[in-house]
Design a protein around this ligand. Sequence first.
Ligand code: SAM
Length: 339
Amino acid sequence: MEPPVTELSPQDQLSRLSSGYWHTQAVYVAAKLGIADALKDGPRSADELAALTQTNPRALYRLLRALASIGIFVEADQHRFALTPMAECLRSDVPGSVRSLAIMRGEWQYEAWGQLLYSIQTGRSAFERIHKMPLFDYLSANPEKGKLFDEAMTGVHGRETSAMLDAYDFAGISVLADIGGGNGEVISSILKKYPAMRGVLFDQPSVIERTRANLEAAGLAARCEVVAGNFFDDVPSGADAYLLRHIIHDWDDEKSVAILRNCRAALGNRGKLLVVEGIVPPGNEASLSKFFDLAMMVLPGGMERTEGEYRRLFEASGFVLTRIGPTKSWISVIEGHPR
Ligand SMILES: C[S@@+](CC[C@H](N)C(=O)[O-])C[C@H]1O[C@@H](n2cnc3c(N)ncnc32)[C@H](O)[C@@H]1O
């Protein structure tokens, strides 16, 4: 196995970091070819896997050997490969699968990150420059990519849900509206923990059919209304709490305030707002939020924010920020009440 980056000289650390895209693309190709699914019943030779995936046997062997050197797959015996704990996560049929995320990051996200320089020079989304339309319009116009994005949200954010449920007490909420609730993973987990609660999931029309199917499969369709719309126009009224997980970080301040004002109008003078995001810590403190911030700049054109920036956003939208509840994950529950 390669030594951890911290044990290397500064020059080698930098060299290793600058080759990060090797890993992105190697993991992507294994995910796209479905190698982990092909290994779920036991080890197989590179030749067998190449025949199954219509790839070049020697080239595929070299890919798997490289991935095995970083703990993804293991060469069990001569040219036969097996799953490792990390490779298990590349299977498509396991809870919390990272396969869709790895594919999404290796395709259109990789392409957009290739133009990070443009984003830094202009402050604008490189994705939008390439595709001539905003990210969420593109996902609506390309249902296959939209479906992969929904699945990838569970891959990237799914593990945050249990951390949020451990840290934040949703008791007392009768109807919870999950605004931009995507595939329904978050509202399903909350409704399962709080059996008396009802839910409303709101998202774009292109997403909602997939969501409905997921809620039916989870046995929650009767407790969760599914509503299609555009949160820049309005959001459904009638809930006593509005949850927005990883919505506000997709947008600039002006658009974020527009969404939050619509939640404020739907809430009236009661109830609460729950924004779930990472908070950018001050100074040099390490935090996933600092690189997510770059991803938000390059992709939807949004940003991660500091505590002060959330306070100002809440205030501009008619809320007072009452509490920031940290979780074991990188996200916090930022609670607000109507002002
Ligand atoms: C980053 S995803 C977050 C999904 C989910 N909340 C989660 O935490 O996994 C953003 C969501 O916002 C939805 N969205 C984007 N633009 C929207 C709009 N104008 N109106 C309603 N939903 C929108 C997307 O379809 C997507 O499901």
